[in-house]
Design a protein around this ligand. Structure first.
Ligand SMILES: Cc1cc2nc3c(=O)[nH]c(=O)nc-3n(C[C@H](O)[C@H](O)[C@H](O)COP(=O)(O)OP(=O)(O)OC[C@H]3O[C@@H](n4cnc5c(N)ncnc54)[C@H](O)[C@@H]3O)c2cc1C
Length: 374
């Protein structure tokens, strides 16, 4: 049995960022991740610039990976009504294959330990956590950060309320060669029961990632017929799917995507990133929120570990409060926007209103994003 200051369960953006930050602050950390790096993930791969100053401070530089600068947004409805606007803060286009691997390399460099195993249970016997893996190894720590993403078997073993609820969303993603796609733009195109995002990544490939409801997907037999009969009803997506050349042999898919509310502190575990709450993907802010929540956790944890008279309840309370302050409103706003975009009649009306009042759209985008963090 090995003991650490902090165990991070999940080595995605949240877990890796917290591992780097805590290691740089002098703490012994262990990250559990079920997949080795690098690996592709289902994601729109547009990350808001708000996290760049903080990442640079951790010694992580997206420009060294040739991340693409993105400063404009195109929106379209199923009927092809289209709107273009500048993004108030902008972002970068970078694949998760490159991004997660970049963070992993940095985490190793600054001394974080890694175990490529699946965590099956996390138990707490004050003052120690016991983390058990699928090959029956046990590790202990003062603190655990849950950064295992949207949904995992762990949610059931921790009795998290949303884990027993059905989720009605799935997502599909693949990279394509498509020279016609504008370099500095991210596009969000609507179709019946979902929407798809397009943007360039560091390799020049265009990432196409869409979210769709089961209700619309299950009427078709497979991705091919869904693309042909539903996604391609949008003229921009029809043109894209007709002319772009797929790079992946098969698209990646994920199911059971849950937007149900979650707790940011559960079973004494500080939850980061999607494990604490998933913002609707159309906001393009989930990655920044994952990284920002890791920063909040790392700052509070470092404070806690450096004090003699440690008050666990205070730490948990402070994290929950800060999480609510930074992210609760964004999640609410994301939910409202997704309902609007997926409403067949309302999305066209909303887009028409925004075309005549572009400042309204800028306000909505700002409502789902944060300010740059250091
Ligand atoms: C369709 C779609 C499109 C999106 N597009 C965008 C976008 O364009 N921009 C944006 O900012 N956000 C986007 N998001 C959101 C973004 O992908 C997430 O918010 C982000 O990945 C959260 O990072 P994370 O570290 O919390 O989780 P993840 O990146 O999912 O990492 C969790 C990690 O935990 C590991 N893990 C899980 N269970 C265990 C276990 N039991 N033991 C060990 N390891 C485990 C997993 O292997 C994984 O690597 C999108 C989301 C979806 C669904």
């Amino acid at each position: 049995m090995r003991h650490y200051d902090v165990i991070l369960v999940g080595g995605g953006l949240a877990g890796l960022t917290a591992a780097i930050d805590l290691s740089l602050k002098g703490h012994r950390v262990l990250v559990f991740e079920k997949n080795t790096y690098p690996h592709h993930k289902v994601c729109g791969e547009y990350v808001s610039n708000e996290i760049l100053p903080y990442l640079n401070g951790l010694g992580v530089f997206l420009k060294e990976e040739n991340a693409v600068t993105i400063d404009s947004l195109t929106l379209s409805t199923v009927q092809g009504k289209r709107l273009e606007t500048m993004l108030p803060l902008g972002g970068k286009g970078i694949s998760r294959y490159a991004f997660d691997n970049l963070l992993y390399q940095r985490a190793v460099q600054v001394g974080a330990d890694f175990q490529f195993q699946i965590v099956t249970t996390i138990g707490f016997e004050d003052p120690v956590f016991k983390v058990v893996t699928d090959n029956n190894q046990t590790y202990t720590s003062h603190l655990v950060v849950g950064a295992y993403g949207k949904r995992s078997g762990l949610d059931k073993s921790l009795n998290r309320g949303f884990a027993s609820k059905k989720s009605s969303w799935l997502a599909v993603k693949a990279h394509y060669h498509y020279d016609k796609f504008p370099e500095h733009s991210v596009a969000l195109h609507n179709f019946k029961g979902g929407y798809g995002g397009l943007s360039k990544t560091e390799t020049g490939a265009v990432n196409f990632c869409y979210l769709a409801s089961y209700a619309s997907f299950q009427k078709e037999k497979n991705i091919e017929s869904f693309n042909a009969n539903v996604v391609s009803k949008n003229p921009f997506l029809r043109e894209f799917l007709k002319t772009a050349n797929p790079i992946f042999e098969q698209p990646l898919t994920i199911a059971q995507i849950s937007f149900h509310p979650k707790k940011a502190v559960d079973n004494h575990i500080l939850m980061c990133g999607d494990t604490a709450g998933l913002i609707h993907p159309l906001c393009g802010n989930g990655m920044a929120m994952a990284i920002h929540s890791a920063k909040i956790a790392a700052d509070l944890i470092a404070d806690f570990l450096n004090k003699d008279n440690q008050q666990r309840a205070q730490l948990e309370n402070d994290y929950q409060m800060q999480w609510n302050r930074h992210f609760k409103r964004r999640l609410w706003m994301g939910g409202r926007l997704q309902s609007l975009l997926l409403h067949p009649g309302m999305s066209t009306i909303a887009l028409s209103v925004m075309i005549t009042q572009p400042r309204l759209l800028q306000k909505l985008i700002k409502g789902t994003h944060g300010k740059p963090i250091q």
